[in-house]
Design a protein around this ligand. Sequence first.
Ligand SMILES: [Zn+2]
Length: 633
Amino acid sequence: MYVHNIFVVYALIVVVMKKTLLFLVLATLLVAGCGRRAQVTELTIVPEPLFTLQKEGSYTIKGSPKISVSGVGQNSETVKYIMKSLRQGHLRPRLVSSADVSDIDLIIYDTVNTEIGDEGYVLEVRPSGIRLSANTEVGLFYAYQTLIQILPADISKSVYSSITIPECTILDAPRYAWRGVHLDVCRHFFPVKFVKRYLDVMAAYKMNKFHFHLTDDHGWRLPSEAYPRLNTVGSWRVDRDNEPWGKATPPREGERATYGGFYTREELAEIVEYAAVRGIEVIPEVEMPGHSSAILAAYPELACDDYPYEVAIGPYWPPKAILCAGNDSSLALMYAVLDEVCDIFPSKYIHIGGDEAVKDNWEQCARCQRRIKQEHLEDEEQLQGWFMAKIEEHLHQRGRTAIGWDEVSENGMWSKDDVVLSWRGQQPGMNAARDGFKVVMCPTDYCYFDYYQADPRYQPASIGGLVTLKKAYEFEPAPAGINSHVEANIMGGQCNLWTEYINTPSHAEYMLLPRMLATSECLWSQREKKDWNRFRRKVETQKDRLAAKGYNYCDGNFTPQFTARRVDDHTMNIAITTEVPNTYIFYTTDMSTPTRESAIYLGPINLERGTHIKILPVYQDVERDSVYEFVIK
Ligand SMILES: [Zn+2]
């Protein structure tokens, strides 16, 4: 194919160009056309498959692989995706009608393979060719994502004349059905193009639920025909993006609200469709009854008081803005908004918030207090339960299942048909699962990726906390010792990306990656398949894949970790590591500042107690962070 193309181009060039220039162009094309040869020997797949058998043989893919399709239409979305993706990998795939002459076979089984379920697959690389098989198109899609990870890391941008990959059999299926990633587009608004990139990287690591946080104090991002002021007022705030989030100056009187926006119906439909091709369900969140500044700025009559609410700027705590639960118009707005949401989003699940509802206003409000009496409720907590139950009922009538943040399960009124998202640690989720609720785990300690991922002194400003890659990898949705019937109620987990401190797509990628890869392996792979040391090495290859696709990511946490062993009363044996493999550790013990000329750490060292050790981590030829100093005790 390459040769053929070159002659076509050659013929054209002869007509229009002078000979000297022609020579240069032709030489360039020949180099590009021939490309390099690649040989892959090691499998570095994330998330780790259920079963992998690597053999001695290999298979070589040439520039124009022939693709056969069976059990699924050649025009199906998945096949079209695979063909397009292979072309982006600078191959020239061709569909052929028979598996006898093909290089890669895409197969949906005639008879269901019970070992792999709906999302699993079998990938076989033989000296005679490659075969991807699954029960469903999603399974086939995942088989292909695994195949991509067997190809060279820079496949998405480099040209290869041939790629040799190891003979192997991979049988794979996920541990959990819910493998979620959340994105807050309220604190900062992100364009559709970026949302698609986000979905792309989710799909590459087999994440299948996109929790789209669309409404909050800082902006309303859903289109609404029924309540247009949600968009003309609620979607916009006074622009303080040139100031640190924590130090935003309050708006001046009459200052125009110019930061924000909202997605159109067409854009959201486009996102839903784009996600569906990639096996991802888009789950919209409409926050209520708290976090309602944007609604109350647009419709102040839905507040308990006559406070002049504005779309929030900077830190907003405690989040006092809450819909008046004693006013039927509050429910009417939410019913109408959710009807619009159901029209746009086909998802089984709709998230209705429920967290951090500060009820000071309800305590003071005559209408809310009247509602409590009329409905025979005990207190304001139950009033929230009553409000959410009304919304749940409305969604059930539309055939949908509600999800709420874990606070919703505490007043005894959340429906057992609906789902609880455990974010304040895992205990609320454990309690809910014990009470018979379906639960998704996203505890802040492991899953909040707005937290720092390395030494805060050398990282972009974040909301606080610390979830390093290693910590994210320690996430276990079903903690050890859990009762099996409680465990059965845990549907999976997700990582959350709140964007107070994140105002560009590039920064959002940096916070998500590579930590999402850890979440992916925690949710897809069986517990016994998890191996931190293997994972951290695989991540090094995955970083190259991400870089080739232009994703921004964090290189990791270079803070030295010590293991100390007593040798005698005066001496300790010290082992030093960082989370990132291939980090060189230079050190001094004489109080001088370490440089790359200092001693290099090669293995555990004996040091006297009281010694000051100073460490300089170097990774990929760059000095990381500053110098770390420790005293041996
Ligand atoms: Zn009220």
